[in-house]
Write a protein that binds this ligand. Structure first.
Ligand code: HEM
Length: 511
């Protein structure tokens, strides 16, 4: 009898699936190696040196950010490989401050990369996180009045209230002569409470309680660490934070954090009861006024996102800079002595009031030199500032780069350029600002970024630091507890520092 059975053959798709299912332990590594080699050798960036891992994957960047040492890694990287280093298949880092000016210059078409889109709030980007340049410039235009020096000066008395509270807390640390205190923590609490006053007319309560209430500051640092790492591989955000289940994980739902809760309460009180609930023009009220004027361009969502974003962008950064200032000045007795001499002379001449004012402190050249030098050697942003080359391509530092290439600059590297900043650029030496070409050095300082993305909070940060640091050195004897030890620091986006332990007493009270 004839055999009627028909041999059924799998179609090509099924065959391919079966093949992959059987051989995937070999195929996957082969694919990854092939992709790595293509990235490494088939890219126009192959001529640039850099770590082997970085030439074919983004793992080097992710690891560097995860380890919290991006700023130091980049200093070493440029020392080893030169001025242009390949740090990812499609990304190069520049060490030259001249190149950085080209990359950050307004109007040259270098846009923010999707690194920024990982930073919350995703649903309503603020000025920092907005990657659409047109939308960014509208938001910045309507918010700029609220951040102007004049607006900030009008809020001076609220900074002074917070200074009074800081001083009363430090005074309690002066009771016993051998008492030490973590000045870094107090400056951190201070910076957050100032931002609370400026943005929402309320302190968050960190100074009053003397602790990181509900771990809010630590949560912000952890979130920014996540943002920094995932910002290197933004598509992975969909797997982690933008995964619908993420909000059930502890710490992943930002609306529950102390700062966000207080900000939301303030916004809803003002929406319900109007301007009458406050007696001053804080950041929130000025942004609300801008929204009332042009609701179609500056939306209600922008008001909250920008006022809330200010806390995240402005607290760690200002605290970190004040910590660096204190650490560097206190570590070098001759610098400390010269600074105190200048401040004491101004007090004796009656030109430094109880609460130092902006104009008074501008007339203290050595103080200004110390502040610039602190921002030079230890800028508060530790990660790279990254931009995308415009579609038509661009020339940077005399080299051509195709459209879409990512280009990165890091303040810690840029500020160590000997040609611009003079000999021994790694050394904290405020005198360089008094002897050298200070105007030229200022042109190449990037502690506040540059171009159309120059830090909008610069006026507030400078006002706050100019008012607070001279007051500290005028009123207290400060001595590093372990002068030989550096501050411990790690970069999330900002450089988060620990270990500014000092012996403290009121001036004149030590014998
Ligand atoms: C010493 C203190 C500060 C430092 C060192 C600092 C540093 C910076 C840097 C380097 C950038 C550019 C980032 C980039 O392009 O990737 C930036 C942008 C920004 N900063 Fe600051 N900042 C400080 C204080 C503040 C304060 C107090 C606020 C708000 C109250 C603030 C709000 C912002 C915002 C919104 C942006 C985005 C600007 C834009 O893209 O147009 N910053 N800051």
């Amino acid at each position: 009898m004839a055999d009627l059975s028909v041999e059924v053959h799998d179609g090509p798709v099924v065959q391919a699936v079966k093949f992959v299912r059987t051989y995937w332990p070999l195929l996957l590594p082969a694919f990854l190696i092939f992709r790595f080699l293509c990235y490494r050798y088939a890219s126009p960036l192959r001529q640039y040196p850099g770590p082997f891992l970085a030439s074919g994957s983004r793992l080097w960047k992710v690891w560097s950010t995860y380890s919290g040492n991006t700023e130091t890694d980049h200093i070493l990287l440029h020392e080893q490989y030169g001025p242009i280093v390949r740090i990812a298949p499609n990304e190069v880092s520049f060490s030259s401050p001249y190149a950085a000016r080209e990359v950050l210059a307004a109007g040259k078409g270098f846009h923010k990369t999707d690194f920024y889109s990982v930073f919350p709030p995703a649903e309503n980007p603020d000025i920092f996180t907005e990657t659409n340049e047109h939308a960014h410039s509208l938001k910045k235009r309507y918010a700029s009045n609220a951040y102007s020096m004049a607006s900030m000066q009008n809020l001076s008395s609220y900074i002074e209230d917070t200074q009074r509270l800081l001083a009363s807390k430090l005074d309690q640390k002066c009771i016993s002569p051998e008492q030490t205190c973590d000045l870094g923590d107090w400056l951190h609490f201070f910076a957050f409470d100032v931002l609370g006053e400026v943005a929402f007319s309320r302190k968050f309560g960190f100074l009053e309680s003397g602790c990181d209430l509900e771990g809010a500051i630590k949560t912000i640092d952890d979130v920014q660490w996540y943002d920094g790492i995932i910002g290197q591989i933004p598509e992975w955000d969909l797997v982690f934070r933008r995964n619908p289940l993420a909000k059930f994980l502890p710490g992943m739902d930002p609306s529950k954090s102390l700062i966000t809760r207080m900000a939301l309460e303030e916004l809803s009180a003002r929406k319900n009861y109007g301007e009458k609930v406050i007696d001053r023009k804080d950041l929130l009220s000025q942004l609300m006024a801008a929204n009332e004027k042009v609701p179609e361009n500056f939306k209600e969502g922008d008001v909250f996102a920008i006022a809330h974003g200010a806390i995240f962008a402005g607290s760690d950064s200002t605290a970190s800079t004040m910590q660096s200032f204190c650490h560097h000045v206190l570590r070098e007795p001759s610098i400390h002595a010269r600074l105190r001499e200048e401040i004491d002379a101004a007090v004796a001449a009656g030109s430094l009031g109880q609460f130092p004012q902006w104009n008074e402190v501008q007339a203290l050249p050595y103080f200004q030199a110390c502040l610039k030098e602190a921002m030079r050697v230890r800028p508060a942003v530790g990660l790279n500032i990254t931009r995308q080359v415009p579609p038509q391509g661009a020339e940077i530092g005399g080299k051509k780069f195709p459209g879409g290439t990512r280009v990165a600059v890091n303040g810690w590297v840029l500020h160590r350029n000997e040609e611009v900043f003079g000999a021994e650029p790694k050394v904290f030496r405020p005198e360089r600002w008094l002897e050298g070409d200070a105007k030229n050095m200022e042109r190449y300082m990037f502690q506040f970024g540059g171009g159309s993305h120059l830090c909008i909070g610069k006026n507030l940060a400078l006002l706050e630091m100019n008012k607070t640091l001279p007051l500290l050195f005028r009123d207290y004897d400060l001595e590093l507890f372990e002068p030989q030890k550096d501050l411990q620091y790690h970069s999330t986006f900002f450089v988060v520092q620990h270990g500014l332990n000092v012996r403290i007493s009121r001036r004149g009270s030590r014998n």
